[in-house]
Design a protein around this ligand. Structure first.
Ligand SMILES: [Zn+2]
Length: 320
């Protein structure tokens, strides 16, 4: 058992319960809330998040990992309030997504100058709130890790080595970007067992997924129901792939999640949100209500499901 910082303070990994390892509450862009607040219905988003997460809590959800970084418009007080009111434990992150600030790539010059920023969010807290990050997020998209994304990966590695906090990645479905991320992180001295390669179920190439697992990482099959991005698999195919990986003996290294986010703009329900709700009316409960029953039909054991939804996230956070 290890203590992990949630937005409401330290929690024991043994108290994680049913966990979704890659979600969001509200996603936007850095600075929008301060500069153009009319674009976000902050209070409406809080109320909707409390409603959705309370419903999920009633159905057994206990913990989510919220991978919303500063450049995704992370609002740490919003996350805190939603966790308090819904009863769902939330682990917040430091790190950077794809909107890498110019300061990181030009005048900050080098990962050794970025890493202390992440370390401060882990050890002291985010934006002087005292709310501490429990995980480091990095992101790489497209077919190649860009020079800016590489700086973020290297900075994450330094911050990880200093704090012991694990690393969670965003990948795109294209190419073998997870392997490239892994190579850079290993080169910087990170043990694969402290790395979670996310959005891996946007890619249904079994050889690629198995090669990552064979290198010792955790695999996030964390886009459900999926199919938003052209050419990526629908939930049925994603579930078949999960079954294949389980059959290959990896139920102890896989985590399932949605990459869901609750966000309203000031027109209250924008068309893209209606579209997403149409695809996924169950929000944080799609896996519980649709995927797990299907996995059972396919013959997956209760033990394997418990590993993917409960014990693996604990073990991932316990790894040093
Ligand atoms: Zn995400």
């Amino acid at each position: 058992m290890v203590k992990v910082n949630s937005v409401l303070g330290p929690i024991n990994t043994s108290d994680f319960g049913y966990t979704l390892a890659h979600e969001h509450i509200m996603v936007n862009s850095a600075g929008i809330q301060q500069t153009f607040p009319e674009l976000i219905d902050r209070q409406g988003s809080i109320e909707q998040s409390v409603k959705d997460l309370s419903e999920a809590h009633k159905n057994g959800l206990r913990t989510i990992v919220d991978l919303t970084t500063h450049d995704l418009g992370r609002d740490i007080r919003l996350i805190e309030e939603v966790s308090q009111r819904s009863g769902v434990q939330v682990i917040a992150c430091t790190g950077t997504w794809l909107d890498i600030p110019r300061a990181f790539t030009s005048w900050a010059q080098g990962p050794e100058n970025i890493a202390p920023l992440y370390v401060r969010e882990i050890n002291e807290g985010i934006e002087r709130t005292g709310i501490k990050a429990g995980i480091i997020k990095v992101a790489s998209d497209g077919k190649e890790v860009t020079s800016g994304e590489k700086i973020v990966l290297q900075a994450a590695a330094i911050a990880h080595k200093e704090t012991g906090v694990p690393i969670s990645t965003h990948t795109s479905a294209q190419g073998n970007i997870g392997e490239q991320q892994l190579e850079i992180l290993i080169e910087e001295g990170v043990d694969p067992k402290c790395i979670y390669i996310g959005h891996s179920n946007d890619n249904d190439d079994i050889d690629y997924l198995l090669s990552l697992l064979n290198k010792g990482v955790w695999l996030g099959l964390d886009r459900y129901p999926g199919g938003y991005h052209v050419g990526t698999p629908k939930w049925e195919r994603r579930t078949e792939v999960a079954k294949q990986l389980i059959d290959a003996g990896f139920s102890h290294r896989i985590m399932l999640a949605h990459d869901w986010s609750v966000i309203l703009d000031n027109d209250s329900t924008p068309p893209w949100r209606l579209e997403r709700l149409n695809d996924n009316p169950h929000h944080y409960l799609f896996i519980d209500r649709v995927v797990i029953p299907r996995l059972r039909e396919l013959g997956v054991s209760g033990e394997a499901i418990k590993q993917m939804m409960v014990s693996n996230t604990q073990a991932f956070f316990e790894t040093k």
